[in-house]
Design a protein around this ligand. Structure first.
Ligand SMILES: *Cc1c(COP(=O)(O)O)cnc(C)c1O
Length: 475
């Protein structure tokens, strides 16, 4: 134990804030820096040094207290403070619609349109023909109707918002009949029963987890039933002894009893994935054709556009949703709208859409193309020519992600990397610290890079991240 006196003496050795600011004046590193950032960083470093001494932290050595050393710590602090928090990463996970990594990449056309609208005034809510206020939905409404076959359409911030808004408009204070097998929870605490109670609708569960029949719905209908709801079980499947009621049957029941029918598709798609050797995901066009009054789906899942919630269906229902004052709190912004419009335009030619929209392209990437990409990376890593670095080309399954196609395992190619005397955990950690960060996964103590989701211009970054790691590891 040190005595109080020596503690005081040590504390006195920390250079004062003014002194450090004075030193900073002559160092070009600190030129053009916001004063507030400099001051915050200096204070924070000084505070940390004080804390270190008070807690008798042995790493707070005498050398760290020298002015030069303190200035270096301030520089590190500032570099972190000035770097953007939201930054691009290399997705080497093979999960195409990775919610934590931003779900869908936009097509080139979508990005160009977004940039154009971002820097200019636009006719966002202005009717150019009439010279007066127009509707925000004009940019996408006709396109959505054209592609889906619906009478009417609108868009909000995301699909969670679309579900909430639709329930709030149609079923507030009324009962909503849902099959027990469809009471889904998706990631990020979105649960159908919770959203429903927040919207003021009253959940009426019918059937069982694995089997729900037409007569279950029929018998549950009461005078205060306001909606029949079907929810796509996006992220799980019930297999084996199961039964559910088709949307067509629900629509026929709804018509008979004058009750509207809604379907939450979660991940909406205009493309039939079964034609590409994958499981079938329900098509928006089919739900519209089945006669649902309201169909909701995401803009950034299988659709491959920006985050948005799309609502299509019968004019009467959509009109009342548009008029709901809550809509204002969920409204889509102009940048999203610009990107969404361009994404939707691709779907006029589905063949082209498969190539232009990155999510669709990555999901349907032929295995030989992924292998070519893997070999390109392999060659780059071999070029590093370090005997500690060992790489192998492996077969692996990649996933659709985003709660879509949950059972699907897309055959893919990956590179497994090991480095002698460096653990896979350490590699993983280091790669996440790289610029840009490389997000892979660990399997059996091997760091795995799945090439399905690695973009062409990511390859040099992966190479340089490994070079840096090997340089560091040699110290
Ligand atoms: C993903 C999903 C949602 C939420 O969509 P977001 O666009 O993420 O808000 C709602 N319902 C289902 C069934 C989903 O799969």
């Amino acid at each position: 134990m040190k005595t109080n006196e020596t503690l005081q003496e040590r504390l006195k050795k920390i250079p004062g804030v003014d002194k450090i600011l004075e030193c900073a004046k002559t160092d070009p590193f600190f030129q053009d820096l916001p004063k507030s950032v400099l001051l915050r960083s200096v204070r924070s470093v000084v505070d940390d040094l004080r804390k270190g001494i008070l807690e008798n932290d042995t790493s707070t050595s005498e050398a760290l207290l020298a002015e030069i050393a303190v200035l270096e710590q301030v520089k590190t602090h500032i570099s972190i403070a000035m770097a953007p928090n939201l930054k691009p990463v290399v997705n080497a996970t093979g999960v195409v619609i990775h919610t934590n990594l931003g779900r869908s990449l936009l097509s080139r056309e979508s990005i160009e349109n977004l940039l154009l609208i971002a820097g200019k005034y636009s006719n966002l809510e202005f009717d150019l023909a009439e010279g007066r206020r127009g509707s925000r939905y004009t940019a996408v409404e006709d396109l959505l109707c054209e592609i889906s076959g619906a009478e009417s359409a609108m868009v909000v911030n995301n699909n969670a918002g679309a579900v909430f808004l639709s329930l709030e408009t149609i079923a507030r204070g009324k009962k909503v009949i849902v099959s027990r097998g469809e009471l889904v929870e998706i990631g990020g605490s979105f649960r159908i029963p919770d959203v429903m109670s927040k919207s003021g609708a009253i959940l009426k569960e019918v059937g069982t987890t694995n089997r729900t029949h037409f007569h279950d719905y029929e018998q549950a209908i009461e005078i205060d039933t306001g909606l029949l709801l079907k929810v796509h079980t996006s992220n799980y499947r019930i297999v084996g002894f199961r039964a559910d009621v088709s949307l067509e049957e629900l629509v026929s029941l709804g018509r008979k009893c004058h009750i509207p029918v809604m379907e939450d598709l979660g991940s909406g798609t205009f493309v039939d994935f079964s034609e590409y050797g994958m499981d079938k995901e329900p098509l928006v066009q089919e739900s519209v054709r089945a006669g649902a009054d309201v169909v909701t789906f995401s803009g950034d899942k299988l659709l491959g556009g920006p985050q948005a919630g799309i609502i299509v269906g019968k004019k009467e229902a959509i009109d009342s949703i548009k008029k709901n004052p809550v809509n204002r709190a969920l409204r889509i912004d102009k940048l999203t709208l610009a990107a969404l419009e361009s994404t939707l335009r691709h779907y006029r030619d589905p063949e082209k859409a498969m190539r232009a929209i990155p999510t669709l392209r990555m999901l349907t990437l032929p295995i030989d193309q992924i292998e070519k990409q893997a070999i390109r990376l392999l060659k780059r890593l071999e070029k590093i020519d370090d005997p500690r670095l060992r790489t192998q080309l492996l077969n692996c399954p990649s996933k659709a992600g985003g709660g879509s196609l949950p059972l699907l395992e897309l055959p893919s190619k990956c590179i497994g990397v090991t480095i002698s005397s460096v653990s896979a955990n350490h590699i993983d950690r280091f790669m996440r610290d790289a610029t840009p960060p490389v997000i892979g996964r660990i399997e059996n103590d091997v760091f795995i890079i799945d090439l399905r989701t690695v973009q062409d211009d990511d390859l040099p970054f992966i190479e340089s991240a490994f070079r840096n790691l090997l340089d560091k590891a040699s110290l």
